[in-house]
Design a protein around this ligand. Sequence first.
Ligand SMILES: Nc1ncnc2c1ncn2[C@@H]1O[C@H](COP(=O)(O)OP(=O)(O)OP(=O)(O)O)[C@@H](O)[C@H]1O
Ligand SMILES: Nc1nc2c(c(=O)[nH]1)N=C(CO)CN2
Length: 182
Amino acid sequence: MIEPQSRLHQAWIGLGSNIGDRQDYLLSALKLLHQRQGVQVVCTSSIYETAPVGYLDQSAFLNMAAQLTTNLDPEHLLRTMLEVERELGRTREIRWGPRTIDLDLIMYDNMQVEYESEHLILPHPRMLERAFVLLPLAECLKQAGHPDMRQIEQHLDHLDMTEGIEKWKTFSWPDELGHTES
Ligand SMILES: Nc1ncnc2c1ncn2[C@@H]1O[C@H](COP(=O)(O)OP(=O)(O)OP(=O)(O)O)[C@@H](O)[C@H]1O
Ligand SMILES: Nc1nc2c(c(=O)[nH]1)N=C(CO)CN2
């Protein structure tokens, strides 16, 4: 499945934070990814505030999605994402518990690209049951005119999803970088 990385790929990621300055963690993660060799953030969704799912005794999350272009293969991209999580103080104590930043690789190019290893499953195995992933992802796919948008919107329709999810802030990449960054 994984081709030699001679060409650019599109990667679709989900971001989440529910500790500290949540927006700052999201923005910092995008900046750090964008600074990495072989990774460019090209588009982002709005930021949503979402009630916790899975482990309920924790604060609300901010979630968003982003589109990356990359010449990294999926395993290298995930490794890069995990390094950025670590740089931002991410620790793992409780499954689905509180985190400064969570970066999930949702899909690589499109929903048909399937891959499974010890470290990585694509598309993300729980994406279709998570409105906090699908809603921002649909926004990014729409901006990109991606062919999987309708499929994602249909899954959203099947979830009783809007409860516990509110648009928190529109977010316009790369404007959020300000004028001092390239
Ligand atoms: N598509 C993927 N995106 C991110 N991590 C993945 C993916 N597939 C498998 N993993 C593996 O999952 C591990 C645990 O990830 P993490 O601690 O962020 O899980 P989580 O965010 O708490 O839960 P969930 O996996 O349900 O989102 C990662 O170290 C990674 O190796
Ligand atoms: N609302 C919300 N709930 C979650 C989230 C998340 O990002 N947002 N991430 C989880 C583990 O990936 C578990 N639960």
